[in-house]
Design a protein around this ligand. Structure first.
Ligand SMILES: NC(=O)c1ccc[n+]([C@@H]2O[C@H](COP(=O)([O-])OP(=O)(O)OC[C@H]3O[C@@H](n4cnc5c(N)ncnc54)[C@H](OP(=O)(O)O)[C@@H]3O)[C@@H](O)[C@H]2O)c1
Length: 283
């Protein structure tokens, strides 16, 4: 990995699991880290942990809730104020729900947080990333995109909801967002890539009551540690090996092929338009 001395990295969902370990890995490489969390106590705890385990004092946090478009806008303004330069944005915050839930704005929760959260925050930070170029955007997607190809006519899973199917759709959306954003960023020296972190033992799914916690606890023994799960995110954020590479999907630090529907440029362009109409961002 290359040194990130003098660089500023923003990592969302950095109060747990893969995001916290990504922040720690990037802090160890010398970057200034802005962890994004939604809970002040958890954010404080993560900042303390990353500072003490990395020996890097330039670690701080900002708060924002990706289930609220208004709060994402406020968060973006806070980031722009705190970060005169922005070299790396890791979009990582994500959820899985067993039942269909909606965000403050009425979006199906996984589509709203996992996709529109990435979409709105990134677009609001794009000019700062371009001014700081070469810069990188890393979108944490998932191999679970194979369980749910995006239905552009049912983005909110109103006609058909399934926990894994709708989660998979949101992760397909992460890949399609990466494809279209890479096209739009051509020539700017800002790259964007996405990844599958592996099957990682984290708190993902713990919001789904006793059953959700019990299932994730049982299968966690077969899973990667969060530190292992963060390796591909850290690789894409910092390695010279992927300099100039954009619009690709990675797992185990290697480029992989996502499904053809999750990487179809025509679908990616339609998703962008739909996301723009829903959020008013990204014209
Ligand atoms: N674990 C896996 O096996 C796996 C596999 C493939 C992909 N992924 C992806 O990896 C990413 C990280 O997940 P993880 O496994 O590390 O899960 P995790 O331990 O549950 O961490 C999720 C992070 O997202 C934050 N978050 C959730 N909803 C939020 C909201 N509305 N606003 C702001 N922050 C919010 C959480 O904040 P709190 O700390 O406040 O809850 C936490 O920091 C996700 O995008 C997930 O889809 C995970």
């Amino acid at each position: 990995m290359s040194s990130l001395d003098g660089k500023t990295c923003v990592v969302t969902g950095a109060t747990s699991g893969i995001g916290e370990e990504t922040a720690l890995g990037l802090a160890k490489l010398g970057a200034r880290i802005v962890l994004i969390g939604r809970d002040p106590e958890r954010a404080k705890h993560s900042v303390e942990r990353v500072r003490s385990e990395s020996g890097n004092d330039r670690v701080e946090s900002l708060l924002g809730d990706f289930a609220s478009q208004q709060d994402i806008r406020r968060l973006a303004a806070d980031i722009l104020e705190a970060c005169p330069r922005l070299d790396v944005l890791v979009n990582n915050a994500g959820i899985i729900t067993l039942k269909r839930q909606t965000t403050e704005d009425g979006f199906e929760a996984m589509f709203g947080v996992n996709h529109l959260g990435y979409f709105t925050l990134t677009n609001l930070l794009l000019d700062r990333l371009k001014q700081s170029a070469p810069a990188r955007i890393v979108n944490v997607a998932s191999n679970a995109h194979r369980f749910g190809s995006l239905d552009i006519d049912d983005l909110q899973s109103e006609k058909s909801f399934g926990s894994m199917k709708s989660y998979g759709r949101s992760k397909s959306a992460n890949i399609l967002f990466t494809v279209e954003l890479a096209r739009r960023l051509e020539g700017t020296h800002v790259t964007v890539n996405c990844l599958h972190p592996g099957a990682v033992a984290t708190r993902l799914g713990h919001n789904n009551g006793t059953l959700g916690r019990a299932v994730t606890k049982i299968i966690s023994v077969f899973m990667l540690t969060p530190a292992r799960g963060a390796l591909t995110s850290i690789h894409l954020a910092s390695s010279a090996a992927v300099e100039g590479v954009s619009g690709r999907y990675f797992a185990k630090c290697r480029e992989q092929k996502p499904t053809s529907t999750a990487s179809d440029p025509a679908v990616a362009a339609r998703l962008w338009q739909a996301s723009h109409q829903l959020t008013g961002i990204g014209a």
